[in-house]
Ligand binder design. Structure first.
Ligand SMILES: [Zn+2]
Length: 135
């Protein structure tokens, strides 16, 4: 997980862009600056690639386990659950990228308020603000 670890400089930039975001909080939709959107998009793309890989690995593992009668059902089930979870995250990531393209990314699916950049950066796939339940 390379990108995430890249240090204090990164943190300093987050503070800067967050302040920038605050300053223009009265602006019309979309609320993210181009730089913020680029950062979140990169994180989502990374997540998508990671989970596409997990999906493939777990599907392969599942196929291998299915063809081996000595493997117990629990292990097969675990691989299948992991593959399903990875598929779900891929779908969410694809949805987030599509929302970025059509300009709806970052709007809460519950109350339709803007989700703060801070939250989007921590949870790029979230569709809701802190106050609203996940759909
Ligand atoms: Zn909300």
């Amino acid at each position: 997980m390379g990108v995430r670890g890249s240090s204090q400089q990164e943190g300093a930039r987050v503070v800067q862009t967050f302040t920038d975001h605050q300053a223009r909080s009265s602006a019309t939709w979309p609320v993210l600056t181009r730089e913020q959107l680029a950062r979140v998009r990169a994180a989502v793309q990374e997540t998508l690639e990671d989970h596409r890989r997990h999906l493939q690995e777990n599907e392969e593992l599942f196929r291998v386990l299915v063809s081996d009668p000595s493997v117990d059902a629990g292990e097969r089930q675990a691989a299948r659950v992991a593959a399903a979870k990875a598929a779900e995250i891929c779908q969410e990531a694809e949805g987030a990228l599509a929302a970025m393209d059509d300009g709806t990314y970052g709007r809460c699916a519950g109350c339709e308020q803007d989700i703060p950049f801070e939250r989007l950066e921590a949870l790029p796939l979230t569709q809701t603000c802190v106050a609203c339940p996940q759909p």
